[in-house]
Design a protein around this ligand. Structure first.
Ligand SMILES: C[S@@+](CC[C@H](N)C(=O)[O-])C[C@H]1O[C@@H](n2cnc3c(N)ncnc32)[C@H](O)[C@@H]1O
Length: 313
């Protein structure tokens, strides 16, 4: 396998990646898109889009991951989130507070470049000129008919050489049909890749346009087993670490709350106090050993990438 220095350095950055977006929407590691947050950052930095559009934003896990990358990179990207903010049959229908929180966070952190379009996808189409979108993320209703409709109606809006992302390509139950559309498209496409984790995210490059000037993206989409497969593997592992570290944070904060409750109950009761001390030490040792396990793959990847880089110098 031959990874050039640019790719190695790009990947190494993600072994120390720190998420600076709104932590509460990551639901302690339990939300479906969380495993792709790292790739969202990678894609923005590698592609440097001028215009990004998301169809289906809900609480904002994916959208704020894109926005955070734009903000931190100081790119002049316009980002659009399209959603009715009412929900659908598969995501579930939800209350107005989802829209309110999304608006507040957008206003507070990304008002310079992010726009919310509260409307149906079909109505938002008229807001964009043909060939004006660099990255389109399709994450609305996931039935075969709905996603096929979204893909073909929005395709002319994406510029030649632009990127389309499809979430939930790995889901086959509950009337999910993105995988069917993806098989049809992938069969006749040159530049594609799939991340199978976190319900599956497929990346498709629209034919035409100049060759990609970023070697990570170029190799990732090349379908060259020797190089694309290990890159996908490294992104998958760093993403799994990201998910697990959020799960662990969630357990830690639940533990802190429990501990506080125990402290209050046991103030006057010596027996309960002793049980509390014992429980506390057991939980602490579980948390410590899990933190060690969770960081293990990341330490290994980091070591491997550093070795490779040294050999390349
Ligand atoms: C799967 S969720 C999006 C998840 C989000 N990308 C994330 O990172 O968590 C799907 C969203 O698409 C919206 N939606 C579905 N069909 C739509 C349509 N035709 N027009 C506008 N919004 C739609 C729903 O309201 C829902 O919030």
């Amino acid at each position: 396998m031959d990874m050039d220095k640019e790719i190695l350095q790009f990947l190494l950055h993600y072994t120390t990646y720190e998420y600076k977006g709104p932590n509460e929407i990551l639901a302690g590691g339990a939300t479906p898109w969380i495993g792709h947050v790292i790739f969202a950052d990678m894609l923005i930095r590698a592609y440097r889009p001028q215009c990004l559009v998301e169809l289906g934003s809900h609480t904002g896990v994916s959208f704020f991951a894109f926005c955070e990358a734009v903000k931190q990179s100081c790119f002049e990207t316009s980002c659009y989130a399209v959603d009715t903010w009412k929900g659908d049959e598969q995501a579930g229908f939800y209350e107005e507070d989802v829209y309110r929180k999304f608006s507040e966070h957008t206003e507070k952190c990304y008002s310079k470049f992010a726009t919310m379009l509260r409307m149906k996808f079909d109505d938002a189409i008229q807001c964009f000129k043909d060939g004006s979108i660099d990255i389109l993320h399709i994450d609305g209703l996931h039935t075969y008919d709905a996603v096929k409709h979204d893909f073909y109606t929005w395709l002319p809006k994406v510029k030649p050489g632009g990127i389309i992302l499809f979430h939930d390509v790995a889901e086959q139950g509950n009337n999910f049909g993105v995988y069917r559309l993806w098989h049809e498209i992938a069969e006749i496409s040159q530049e594609i890749c799939v991340f199978p984790h976190s319900h599956g995210l497929a990346v498709w490059r629209k034919p035409g346009g100049p060759a990609l000037d970023n070697s990570l993206l170029q190799n990732l989409l090349s379908q060259d087993k020797e190089i694309a497969v290990p890159i996908i593997g490294i992104i998958k592992l760093t993403s799994e670490y990201f998910v697990n570290s959020h799960k662990l944070k969630d357990i830690e904060s639940k533990y802190d709350n429990l501990n506080e409750e125990y402290n209050n109950i046991s103030q006057d009761n010596i027996n309960l106090k002793n049980i509390n001390i014992q429980l506390k030490s057991e939980l602490e040792s579980i948390l410590n050993s899990n933190s060690w396990k969770v960081t293990f793959p990341l330490r290994e990847i980091s070591r491997w990438l550093r070795n490779k880089l040294q050999k390349n110098e």
